[in-house]
Ligand binder design. Structure first.
Ligand SMILES: NC(=O)c1ccc[n+]([C@@H]2O[C@H](COP(=O)([O-])OP(=O)(O)OC[C@H]3O[C@@H](n4cnc5c(N)ncnc54)[C@H](O)[C@@H]3O)[C@@H](O)[C@H]2O)c1
Length: 252
């Protein structure tokens, strides 16, 4: 059974621990040690106060469900320690220098960096953009204004532009755009909207290319116990882990 080290024991980490299947979670790390200890008590695994000690434990893969900063601080070292890594805070990879360093470390160590689908669907098929022309790639994200700390009584667009510029103003809302860009190897246009009449995060992806065109709309339910987090994002990691060592690989 694949052994997992969990980096980040917040909303997503808690769902992963609760719902994991066919993998063993053996080690936990969070800068908030009490969160790691609480989860350790439910899994029978161990919480570590020190990252260096955590990463040297006997497991195959680290799941990062922490923050962009955590990816910057730890992802290279994880690969150098001979572990694969799942990166949920994929916005970190908008930094090209970091992305190149991770690629190099992964190649040298013979390990992989996995980017889960997170809060959207369709990253597998979007990879056709790597071999065939894409003329239009647009992400429209709509959230309740309260989730962005905005007061308004009407629907409005608060950002339109390139993903790299969105990062500067809304750093926590860039994961999906960066995942789309990495999958397609094309730049994405981003629109960020707030709408007081919706209570779920909505992502719409518009794509046109040589293949034709498609539109994906995802209305994300929050986690059952954690309204701040899209359940789909946590489930995408649980599914990725479950399928890692399966002999038949579907939809890559
Ligand atoms: N790719 C996607 O579609 C997608 C979807 C949802 C969430 N996310 C990202 O996943 C991450 C986790 O989301 P969440 O809702 O569980 O967040 P959260 O804030 O509930 O939990 C994050 C946990 O990680 C810990 N942490 C943060 N930085 C750390 C560091 N440098 N070292 C050690 N521990 C650290 C925090 O103490 C916290 O307990 C976030 O970065 C979020 O933006 C991505």
């Amino acid at each position: 059974m694949i052994k997992v080290g969990l980096l980040g024991c917040g909303n997503v980490g808690q769902v992963i621990v609760k719902e994991h299947v066919d993998v063993e979670i053996v080690a936990l790390y969070d800068s908030e040690i009490s969160l790691a200890e609480k989860l350790a008590a439910t899994t029978g695994s161990r919480a570590y106060r020190n990252f260096d000690e955590f990463v040297r434990q006997d497991f195959d893969i680290v799941v990062e469900a922490a923050s962009v900063e955590a990816v910057k601080m730890y992802a290279e070292e994880i690969l150098k320690q001979g572990k694969d890594v799942v990166i949920l805070s994929v916005g970190a990879l908008a930094d090209e220098k970091l992305r190149k360093r991770l690629e190099k470390s992964a190649l040298e160590a013979g390990k992989k960096v996995y980017i889960p689908s997170g809060a959207i669907l369709g990253l597998d098929n979007l990879k056709i953009g790597q071999i065939s022309g894409i003329s239009h790639l647009m992400l429209r994200t709509t959230k309740n204004p309260k989730s962005l700390g905005i007061e308004t009584d009407h629907k409005m667009m608060i950002f339109k532009g390139r993903a790299n510029d969105c990062i500067k103003r809304f750093p926590k809302n860039i994961n999906v755009a960066v995942a789309l860009e990495l999958a397609t190897e094309h730049e994405a246009e981003v629109e960020l909207w707030v709408d007081p009449d919706i209570d779920r995060n909505m992502h719409e992806v518009f794509v046109k290319g040589e293949f034709g065109d498609f539109y994906i709309k995802v209305n994300n339910n929050p986690c059952p116990d954690n309204p701040a987090t899209s359940y789909l994002a946590a489930l995408s990691i649980v599914t990725l882990l479950k399928n890692l060592d399966r002999p038949i690989v579907v939809g890559t």
